[in-house]
Design a protein around this ligand. Structure first.
Ligand code: PAF
Length: 291
């Protein structure tokens, strides 16, 4: 496995593999990799000849008071995880290489970025869409791999790819979870043992909402939201539920009545556990009851 730091070098390598008819995949990351990232690399290796993992803690997607400075970094550890999972190249640029001295261009996807994470983290998705496009222009992969945990990010990147005619296939892979259901995230490292145990409530609530829709046939979204919010307060009064949302899964349009809705539903939430923000989601497919 090789580490490449320059954009021009990774472009040359990518051109070479294209020229000799090899398929390439990119797993973009901000490092401090966990089993979720490893599963993306393994999937990418199954579907491509050559796998690139990018490791870049992207400053433009962090707000002023967010954790850019303290975001966990450990290149040695990441290197071994990438190697074990079967990556061929790590693209590891520094900030100057990615943004140069005077970068003036950014990519903003409107609409879907205005609610949920976008509302709480203004500017975040412009940072994400811009860096993902830059990574795609550097690595030029056939396939791009992202995890389901960042559902809104996936919707934004998917829209950016289709709106800007980017020549790549987006592959969304399942969220990897701890044994207690907690979605794997580099930010879990901020949690104490006790918080980590209690944070399993987030997945429990998503599954509870899913059951209310699919098994109990509750179609009034405000009723579901109220039950979830009450249960959250009861079970983890020390945490803060920032949002709990039920939307259709493409444009993330909020739903209020599920009675006649047919298609994919995204149930998502964000919570503050001490000073750490966690997000999670589940997707369900609803078929209309045609009695
Ligand atoms: O999901 C992430 O780790 C980041 O948002 C990404 C896609 C690597 C862009 O910096």
């Amino acid at each position: 496995m090789k580490v490449i730091k320059e954009i021009s070098a990774v472009q040359d390598i990518s051109d070479y593999f294209k020229c000799i008819g090899k398929k390439t995949g990119l797993v973009p990351t901000m490092g401090f990799l966990h089993e979720g990232h490893a599963s993306l690399i393994i999937k990418a290796k199954e579907e491509n000849d050559i796998v690139f993992v990018s490791i870049f803690v992207n400053p433009t997607q962090f707000g002023k008071n967010e954790d850019f400075g303290k975001y966990p970094r450990d290149f040695e550890r990441d290197y071994h995880i990438c190697e074990k999972a079967g990556a061929d190249y790590i693209f590891y640029p520094d900030i100057k290489e990615m943004y140069g001295e005077n970068s003036l261009t950014s990519v903003t996807v409107s609409g879907i970025t205005e609610r949920l994470e976008g509302e709480i983290r203004p500017g975040h998705f412009t940072g994400v869409a811009t860096v993902v496009l830059k990574l795609l222009n550097a690595v030029k992969p056939d396939n791009l791999y992202l995890g389901q945990k960042d559902a809104q990010q996936n919707a934004v990147v998917g829209k950016m790819i289709s709106d800007l005619n980017v020549d790549v296939n987006l592959k969304i892979c399942a969220t990897m979870r701890e044994a207690n259901g907690l979605a794997m995230s580099s930010r879990n490292t901020y949690l104490t043992e006790e918080q980590r145990t209690k944070a399993s409530v987030l997945y429990f609530l998503l599954e509870k909402a899913k059951k209310m829709i699919l098994e109990e046939n509750i179609s009034d979204v405000s009723e579901i939201k109220e039950i979830i919010s009450d249960t959250f307060k009861q079970m983890t009064p020390e945490f803060e539920l920032q949002y709990f949302d039920i939307a259709e899964n493409k444009m993330l349009t909020p739903l209020s009545d599920l009675e006649s809705f047919e298609g994919e539903i995204l149930i998502s939430l964000a919570a503050k556990v001490g000073s750490t923000r966690l997000i999670d989601n589940v997707i369900l497919r609803k078929i209309r009851d045609r009695k």
